[in-house]
Design a protein around this ligand. Structure first.
Ligand SMILES: [Zn+2]
Length: 203
């Protein structure tokens, strides 16, 4: 990085580059954008960053980020509690909610099984899903496995299916219409909606 730049500027560029999807050029652009803007913009950004995690917890039912336990979706009486959609990340819920095609509740695994990256069962909220199934209160009719369609997502869906296949619950998998390997969060609304509505029994 350019050593002639003041340290504060270099620091912010460096922090931006640590974020996913932001390369050095974008980091520089963002930093200089803030430098040129009204100082209030930087203050508001700093303020939001400092407060980002304040009061944020995991809902103890679905493990989505929330300020309440249970979260807004789990406590909503209009949602179908017998239908659980299992996703890898909280962002997947944001993507699915935008499609307005799902009225059940969720379960967030917080990742997918990936031996190569050292991510195993204990790093995910899989056991918590099995606890929900064991508890079966409210009664669960269907579990939609909406993990991503890449290798890790498929392996995770297969593992969950193997553990639950002898239960009375219908286990389904989202349809393959989405680009293979791509994350749900990047899918367009129509494809994602079709993928959920076109789900099939897991085999
Ligand atoms: Zn919840």
């Amino acid at each position: 990085m350019s050593d002639f730049l003041p340290r504060n500027i270099r620091n912010l560029i460096e922090e931006f580059t640590k974020l996913p999807g932001i390369g050095p050029k974008t980091a520089e652009r963002l930093t200089f954008h803030l430098l040129r803007s009204d100082q209030r913009k930087s203050r508001d950004l700093g303020d939001s960053l400092i407060k980002l995690r304040d009061g944020i917890i995991h809902c103890q039912s679905c493990f989505n980020f929330s300020t309440e336990n249970p979260c807004e979706i789990c406590s909503n009486s209009y949602r179908e509690k017998d239908l659980i959609c299992v996703v890898e990340e909280p962002l997947d819920i944001v993507a699915i909610e935008k499609t307005h095609s799902f009225k059940g509740v969720y379960h967030v695994l917080h990742g997918a099984l990936s031996p190569i990256d050292g991510i195993g069962l204990n790093d995910l909220r899989i056991e918590e899903l099995f606890n929900r199934v064991r508890k079966n209160d409210p009664i669960i009719k269907e579990i939609i496995l909406a993990t991503n369609l890449g290798l890790e997502g498929e392996a995770t869906a297969q593992y969950i299916y193997n553990q639950l296949k002898n239960s009375d619950i219908q286990i389904t998998r989202i349809a393959k219409g989405l680009p293979v390997g791509s994350n749900l969060e990047y899918a367009d609304d129509v494809s994602l909606k079709n993928s959920i509505l076109g789900r099939k029994d897991f085999i």
